[in-house]
Design a binder for this molecule. Structure first.
Ligand SMILES: O=C(O)CCC(=O)C(=O)O
Length: 279
């Protein structure tokens, strides 16, 4: 693999690796997205079973929509296979080595016509809790996203502030839930950043983006006529994280067993399936 992306990643805090996955891979991933979406849309609201979370919204235009699913790899073999794919290890290994855990395994949908499918500007470090479980956050973590559909400004591609990963942790007043916010120039101004210096990641299906826990980013709504789907996997050097599922041990894929503690703090106290807003 051409190593140029490493230079871009270190300089900008974000990089795109082109054509990592081919047409057959993308078509397998598309079918997996369709199957998981069909399952999610049977639910009446957001639903959790252990680490698996279906996050549904009531959209002003479309009614019930599925925004994201966390940890589909516990129940979908195709999604599990791609998070463990050698090509993903090849991308992250020069940055975090070959003993790797995963803290994110997540599918995102932005259906056409939805009134709200944006993510306000943020740094992923905001969501890494408890902090003491995450060591060396600037260097030990690499977030990744596989484009399932073409991504552009028109359908809500990710937008980044290159170089912002060097600014440390930033904050804004009362940001609320990032997935309920739009990208606002005023938020960037609070970080001391400008919209003029942002870049939107144009991607083709099968391209992979990587970014750091500190790189400021967001994404807009989908104004196109097709779906915009994205498959996210967040990798960490195993010695630097007390949370997460093992993914590669000395470079060998590691299968999922009983769920490990990732973000759901009640995993052991409330492992039962439940509608999250009704508990
Ligand atoms: O799917 C997207 O565009 C949003 C991704 C994002 O901002 C995140 O996962 O932190």
């Amino acid at each position: 693999m051409n190593q140029e992306y490493l230079e871009h990643y270190r300089r900008d805090g974000v990089a795109v690796i082109r054509n990592v996955f081919g047409d057959d891979d993308v078509s397998a991933l598309k079918s997996a997205f369709e199957a998981v979406q069909a399952e999610g849309m049977q639910l009446r609201a957001s639903y959790r079973h252990q680490n698996v979370l279906f996050r549904l919204s009531q959209d002003a235009n479309l009614g019930k929509t599925l925004r994201l699913v966390q940890w589909p790899s516990y129940f979908n073999d195709v999604l599990n296979r791609y998070r463990l794919d050698r090509r993903m290890l090849d991308i992250v290994e020069p940055l975090i080595g070959d003993d790797v855990k995963q803290i994110i395994n997540q599918m995102h949908w932005k259906p056409p016509g939805a009134a709200q499918s944006s993510f306000g500007y943020h740094q992923d470090i905001w969501f890494r809790r408890p902090r003491q479980a995450y060591r060396n956050p600037a260097t030990a973590f690499v977030q990744s996203g596989i484009a399932i559909d073409p991504q552009s400004a028109a359908n809500g591609a990710m937008t980044f502030c290159p170089g912002s990963h060097l600014l440390g942790e930033l904050s804004i007043d009362d940001h609320g839930r990032v997935m309920d916010r739009d990208m606002k120039a005023a938020d960037l101004a609070q970080f001391g950043l400008s919209e003029d210096a942002t870049i939107t990641l144009d991607m083709n299906p099968g391209d992979v983006a990587i970014w750091s826990l500190y790189t400021v980013h967001g994404s807009g709504i989908n104004r196109s006529t097709g779906d915009r789907r994205f498959y996210l996997n967040g990798y960490v050097s195993a010695t630097d994280c007390d949370r997460g599922e093992w993914t590669f041990r000395e470079g060998k894929p590691s299968t999922l067993g009983d769920p490990a503690l990732v973000h759901y703090d009640d995993l052991y106290r409330h492992p039962d399936p439940h509608y999250v807003d009704e508990r």
